[in-house]
Design a binder for this molecule. Structure first.
Ligand code: PLP
Length: 370
């Protein structure tokens, strides 16, 4: 059997061949970037070249980029290292934001999954100068984009800082950190076709962060520990290719839209989450009425499609997606949703073929309204 068609880029993207080459080349090279001899300097060059590529993708200056072990660490670094005692987070954040501060206050979202700006404004009226707001740019399950510019201006007007988890937005939508003016921005290599285990926190102009990894002065004392040189080298290449491929990913959103229309037309009662608002071009979360998401995943996997569900499986227990619930979905609806996400190696026919398999499954097992 051929390998299943991979439609789970939001979990992790296949590593781009050029990134694999950069990682392998870097691994064959000896050198700690902190050493001053020739070997050290050439390792340093790999790190700094990658930093420049990432700065160019994100519209920022290289010196503001702090390399980390991934998105999770960058989110933790921002939420802890900003040293603000009051933390406001949206109710649809990734666990690596949700679980950092037990006392974080939740900002609600509407049925489209966009944060309620009035609620944010009210929350910002209390102790804003000790407040950090953390809102993701694009949601990992629905792809819904947040009004980051408005969020930043509301927060800054009151003296609060803003962290933005842009892990699922980088390489899928144009981001200019300088213009958007976030104070801290998180990105991750493996979501854009780089290796796993590399990421970055981008600091806003003039901002600093308290290092959470002590014991080394690396990354301008913002993150101790020898840099993951091969991972960073691959990350840099993935960032360059993501920048170069941005226009194409955006143009191809018509393929996603066509797939959704075909599925919705064939399955009365199906719902695409966030369909009415702006989303990144690669993500769909759709329900199949009457068919639990784990059944869909298993059948579709057997038929040659790798997709995922919003439900997270932790400690052996499947939990309903907190994102879909926050958007007003009931348990049953949220439990019938699957996520389809594409990326750099997807072909023009993947989604149309997938839609046919999904529709055939609905016809066999789905529930029609009376
Ligand atoms: N933030 C979001 C929105 C994500 O989707 C993910 C990964 O799924 C992360 C953070 C964590 O990134 P990493 O896997 O690099 O730790």
């Amino acid at each position: 059997m051929n390998s299943p068609i991979y439609l789970d880029y939001n979990a992790t993207a296949p590593v781009r061949p050029e990134a694999i080459e950069a990682v392998t080349t870097a691994m064959k090279q000896t050198g700690n970037p902190s050493s001053i001899h020739t070997y050290g300097r050439s390792a340093r060059r790999l790190v700094e070249d990658a930093r420049a590529e990432i700065a160019s993708l994100m519209g920022t200056k290289p010196a503001r980029i702090v390399f980390t072990s991934g998105g999770t660490e960058a989110n933790n670094l921002a939420l802890r290292g900003a040293e603000r005692s009051r933390v406001l987070i949206s109710s649809i954040e990734h666990d690596s934001v949700l679980q950092v501060h037990e006392g974080a206050i939740r900002i609600p979202v509407d049925t489209h999954g966009r944060i309620d700006l009035n609620a944010l404004e009210d929350l910002l009226s209390v102790d804003p100068e000790n407040t950090l707001v953390s809102v993701m740019m694009a949601n990992n399950e629905t792809g819904v984009l947040q009004p980051v510019k408005e969020i930043v201006s509301l927060a800054h007007a009151k003296g609060a800082l803003v962290h933005c988890d842009a892990v699922q937005a980088a390489g899928k939508t144009d981001i200019n950190c300088e213009e958007l003016n976030m104070d801290f921005t998180t990105i991750s290599s493996h979501k854009m076709g780089g290796p796993q285990g590399a990421g970055a926190l981008i600091l806003g102009k003039g901002l600093e962060i308290k290092s959470q990894q002590l014991g080394g002065g690396q990354e301008r004392r913002r993150r101790g520990g020898t840099e993951n040189v091969p991972g960073i080298a691959g990350f840099g290449v993935a960032a360059r290719l993501s920048r170069e491929g941005l226009a194409e990913i955006q143009e191809k959103s018509y393929l996603r839209d066509a797939m959704e229309q075909k599925m919705l037309a064939a399955a009365p009662g199906a719902r695409v989450f966030g369909a009415e608002v702006e989303r990144v071009p690669n993500t769909t979360t759709i329900t199949m009425p009457g068919v639990p998401s784990d059944t869909q995943l298993m059948v579709l996997d057997l038929e040659g499609y790798a997709v995922s569900s919003g439900s997270a499986c932790s400690s052996g227990k499947v939990q309903t997606s907190h994102v879909l619930k926050a958007m007003g979905a009931d348990e049953k609806t949220a439990g019938e949703a699957i996520r389809i996400s594409t990326g750099w190696a997807s072909t023009d026919t993947d989604l149309d073929q997938f839609a046919d398999a999904w529709i055939a499954l609905f016809k066999r097992k789905g529930e029609r309204p009376d």
